[in-house]
Design a protein around this ligand. Structure first.
Ligand SMILES: C[S@@+](CC[C@H](N)C(=O)[O-])C[C@H]1O[C@@H](n2cnc3c(N)ncnc32)[C@H](O)[C@@H]1O
Length: 357
């Protein structure tokens, strides 16, 4: 078995294990991550609206590493008009409580399908559950579909639809290291090239590991495990759950983290246990962008330069764009970057108006 396949199998197990906590703590948790996800969603809304105006084909949105299906829920809801729903419908209440999920006529005009792929059966299970609870169980106006499988095996899409493939919130960083990143670039290109579609990779930058990354992983250690740069490792094993007292936000200077420790029977073992950064290991994470925890969780924050190299090598320069998201939104998207492959030059106009080119 080659090393990429071996890492794939290991990571698949890790993601199946952490699916539920990931959903609670990351998707609906850490404020900086939520802010960035909101930025990604607003960005995608704008792209979809623009595509509705500048091209004729229906759009197929492809969410690569779709996790618990936040795009399925968002666009399932945004393409459904509240007046078509009975008041007893779960989506009716959801739409009334969350203004962002209001009907968007421009998006609804062209978006025909949200398709997602993820290797974790548990993640896809959560996504389907979420759609079911929201009343998006087959009667909505667009198709909401999933496939359990590898992000590296995407099929070439037919040109009947315009494929818009997107990989969000640093999914590339958890896709089996640099060999996985290369496969993701190749696979997304294969999916959209013939149909003259768009591929977008949204990820963090290594340059922000110190100001954003360390604190994020530290204060979500109950999801992905105790970071290896935090000591002591007394409660780092899977026998214990360490629950942080608060989130560490961007630019925090705090080198410590206080947690309550619980055993597998959910009994409190130690209150106010203090972890602290080990300087040598912390320096290594900042220098390499390699995030490791005691639970075998691995992530990588790619430098701006490295993503540039991947774009040049696997997407070419003619149809691609690369920019720092802080130039679009310094408050919500300071630490990230967008890599974009746009075969039809569909997005030139908005990029020019945003002055990111
Ligand atoms: C950071 S999460 C993002 C989830 C979701 N896109 C979101 O924005 O909430 C990354 C997702 O990628 C999935 N994943 C990691 N490697 C994968 C691979 N090689 N193929 C398919 N899915 C993968 C994980 O199961 C996980 O759900």
């Amino acid at each position: 078995m080659n090393s990429l396949q071996k890492q794939y199998d290991l990571d698949k197990h890790t993601w199946d294990e952490c699916a539920e906590t990931y959903e609670r703590q990351i998707v609906g948790g850490h404020p900086d991550i939520l802010a960035f996800e909101n930025f990604e969603e607003d960005f995608l809304d704008r792209v979809l609206r623009h595509l509705s105006q500048v091209q004729n084909r229906p759009v197929k949105l492809m969410d690569i590493g779709c996790g618990s299906g936040r795009l399925h829920l968002r666009y399932g809801a945004k393409t459904q008009h509240i007046t078509c729903l009975p008041e007893s419908h779960p989506l009716y209440a959801l739409k009334q409580n969350v203004p962002e999920l209001a009907f968007d006529p421009l998006i609804a005009e062209k978006l025909r399908e949200v398709w997602g792929i993820d290797f974790s059966a548990n993640m896809i299970g959560l996504a389907k559950e979420k759609l079911e609870t929201s009343g998006l169980n087959g009667n909505q106006t667009i198709a909401l579909t999933f496939e359990q499988g590898s992000a590296f095996d995407l099929n070439e899409q037919s040109d009947k639809c315009m494929p818009l493939a997107i990989s969000l919130v640093n999914s590339i960083g958890v896709m089996q290291g640099q060999a996985g990143a290369v496969e993701l670039f190749k696979s997304m290109r294969r999916a959209v090239e013939a149909a003259r579609g768009i591929a977008i990779i949204s990820c963090y930058q290594q340059e922000y590991v110190q100001s954003y990354g360390l604190g994020q992983y530290e204060s979500t250690l109950d999801v992905s495990g105790q970071p290896v740069w935090m000591i002591p490792d007394t409660y780092a094993s899977s026998q214990y759950r360490q629950i942080p007292k608060s989130y560490k936000l961007a630019h925090s200077k705090d080198l410590t983290l206080v947690v309550d420790v619980f055993n597998s029977e959910n009994q409190l073992v130690k209150k106010g246990h203090q972890l602290q950064r080990e300087p040598g290991r912390t320096e290594r994470v900042i220098r390499t962008g390699d995030i490791d925890t005691y639970s075998e969780y691995k992530s990588h924050w790619y430098s701006f330069r490295k993503i540039d190299d991947l774009i040049n090598e696997y997407w070419g320069t003619e149809n691609s764009f690369h920019f720092k998201t802080k130039y679009l939104d310094a408050l919500r998207a300071e630490p990230a970057q967008l890599a974009i492959l746009d075969y039809g030059q569909h997005l030139n106009q908005i990029f020019k108006s945003w002055k990111v080119l």
